[in-house]
Design a protein. Structure first.
Ligand SMILES: [Zn+2]
Length: 128
C-alpha cells in the first residue's frame, strides 16, 4: 500500500484489501494495487476499475478470503475521510486512507461508513 501510494504521488492511488473477519476483528492479508480509473484530475479523486474489482473478487475466492475494503491515498493531505470519500463509500467495507506528504508515506487511518453514508467512524485495522 505504501509503495503504491508513494509511486502514484502526486496523484491518488487506490486498491483493494483482502482478508478475513473473525470475531468482529478484520485481518487484512493482502492489498491489491489497482489503477486509478478516474477520468480527470487525480490529485484528489480516485475510481476503481470495475474489471480489477471483479479480478480481486475472483482472487479472494481462490484464496478463501473476502474483500474487506479499499484503500486510497491523499497526496499532500491528511488521512481523513472526505465528503467525497463518504459519498463514494459502501457500508460495511473498511476504508484505509494513506497520507503521502511530498512523495513520502506519512500516516494512515481506517474508516467505516455508516449504512446511510452520513458519517464514518475511525476503525482499527490489523495490517500485515
Ligand atoms: Zn479520500
Amino acid at each position: 500500500m505504501v509503495a503504491h501510494a508513494e509511486s502514484a504521488f502526486p496523484k491518488e492511488c487506490c486498491g483493494i484489501l483482502l482478508g478475513k473477519e473473525t470475531g468482529g476483528a478484520r485481518q487484512v492479508g493482502a492489498a491489491i494495487a489497482c489503477r486509478n480509473a478516474y477520468e480527470g484530475e487525480q490529485k484528489d479523486r480516485f475510481q476503481l476499475d470495475p474489471k480489477e474489482q471483479i479480478a480481486a473478487d475472483r482472487k479472494a475466492r481462490e484464496m478463501g478470503v473476502d474483500i474487506l475494503g479499499f484503500f486510497h491515498s491523499h497526496p499532500d493531505c491528511d488521512a481523513y475521510f472526505s465528503a467525497t470519500d463518504l459519498k463514494n463509500s459502501w457500508p460495511w467495507y473498511s476504508n484505509v486512507v494513506l497520507s503521502v506528504q511530498a512523495g513520502k508515506y506519512h500516516h494512515a487511518k481506517a474508516f467505516i461508513a455508516n449504512s446511510d453514508q452520513t458519517s464514518a467512524d475511525p476503525e482499527e485495522l490489523v495490517l500485515p
